[in-house]
Design a protein around this ligand. Structure first.
Ligand code: AMP
Length: 113
């Protein structure tokens, strides 16, 4: 499978890693949309949030725990931040490996475009 985020998780291509454990890796987005813009991904290849079920949903809770920890470490916890996962064509997903955007460091607009 030719998946850029699997390649990042496998250290086949470099990234600016801010967190890693046995099941998750987090790295800075190559094209940041905010002063803090980190992508948090499961190391296991899951194509999108559409593939989440009772058998693998535990990873989502784990990712949110890591997001809170990273928000503290990266200085965006107190003022607030956003976690976003885009899904499919209409959702604006461009990389077919489940990922959560952790965004902060500026006042974010709503609704998204
Ligand atoms: P999405 O559009 O929600 O699928 O988000 C994909 C994100 O991956 C975009 O914000 C890209 O800037 C980011 N991205 C793509 N390639 C890389 C890479 N090699 N390293 C870091 N971020 C990347």
């Amino acid at each position: 499978m030719n998946c850029i985020f699997c390649a990042i998780a496998g250290k086949e291509i470099p990234s600016d890693i801010v967190f890693e454990d046995e099941s998750v890796i987090a790295f800075r987005d190559i094209s940041p949309a905010a002063p803090v813009h980190v992508l948090i991904i499961p190391k296991e290849h899951i194509a999108s949030v559409r593939e989440i079920s009772g058998t693998n949903s535990g990873i989502i809770a784990h990712i949110y725990e890591i997001a809170v920890q990273l928000a503290k470490e990266l200085g965006i916890f107190d003022k607030g931040f956003r976690m976003v996962t885009n899904c499919g064509e209409d959702g604006g997903q461009t990389v077919g490996h489940l990922h959560f955007h952790l965004l902060g460091g500026r006042s974010l607009k709503w609704p998204p475009g």
